[in-house]
Ligand binder design. Structure first.
Ligand SMILES: Nc1ncnc2c1ncn2[C@@H]1O[C@H](COP(=O)(O)OP(=O)(O)OP(=O)(O)O)[C@@H](O)[C@H]1O
Length: 227
């Protein structure tokens, strides 16, 4: 479902004399439906960068970044938008909060985007918010004023509202209490068993061992090692 072939990424620092900083070279990885692969490696190794390359936020310098039958490295913006709507979900560490949109609608939005009727979308959103222990009195409020942990749980609910065939999870259990952490791990297991291909970054080793089927050490692709 997700397949990277010889992917390289470097950053060009335009404000520093166009210095080119290579981050990773010749990344190869494959994630099948129903499988969860954990990205590991030292801080700064490029785990988040690799995720952003797959999501199409950063452009790969070379190589193929296949998600389903789309090569993200070659795709046009409209294809990336369709991919993010229909195929590839991304739970980042922080919720990008839109002022004045109620938490319930923030969570329901990915379902509405694929044509789910509004009542069904809101029902699913409500059940996820309840499962993640967001008090019902908050559902009609914008998450702008929510605590960090509440915002993270709204973000997770949003990421799991629609059954994406592929999911990127960046630290989905960071700063959650034991009960919510268990819920998130259950959601991940559920997504795997319905066939989602998942790539995750987990600093929480116990969580990582529970849900990941294999690991990729991103440090192995750093240019110094590969050279
Ligand atoms: N937008 C950017 N411009 C320039 N350099 C960047 C950019 N984003 C990341 N980098 C560099 O790429 C390298 C990899 O960063 P990245 O955030 O992917 O590491 P990470 O493995 O996710 O680290 P951590 O575990 O600390 O979150 C770092 O050296 C970082 O400074």
């Amino acid at each position: 479902m997700i397949e990277l072939e010889n992917v390289s990424k470097s950053f060009t620092l335009h404000n520093q004399g166009s210095a080119v900083i290579p981050v990773m070279e010749r990344v190869n990885l494959a994630v099948a439906a129903g499988e969860c692969v954990g990205l590991v490696g030292a801080s700064g190794a490029g785990k988040s960068t690799l995720m952003r390359v797959i999501y199409g936020n950063y452009l790969a310098a070379s190589g193929r970044v296949m998600v389903g039958d789309l090569d993200v490295a070659q795709a046009e913006p409209r294809q990336i938008i369709a991919l993010r709507r229909d195929t590839l979900g991304y739970v980042s560490q922080f919720l990008r909060v839109v002022p004045r949109v109620a938490a319930l609608d923030v969570v329901a939005e990915p379902l509405l985007a694929v044509g789910t009727p509004i009542e069904a979308a809101r029902d699913k959103a409500a059940s996820l918010l309840a499962e993640l222990n967001i008090p019902e009195r908050l559902w009609s409020l914008s998450p702008t004023t929510f605590s960090g942990g509440e915002q993270q749980r709204v973000n997770i609910a949003r990421g799991f509202a629609y059954d994406y065939p592929a999911l990127l999870l960046d630290e989905p259990t960071a700063s959650l209490d034991a009960k919510n952490r268990a819920t998130v791990l259950r959601l991940i297991e559920g997504a795997k068993s319905r066939g989602a291909a998942i790539i995750g970054i987990f600093h929480d080793e116990a969580a990582r061992d529970q849900v990941c089927d294999s690991f990729i050490d991103v440090s192995a692709f750093s240019p110094q090692v590969a050279a």
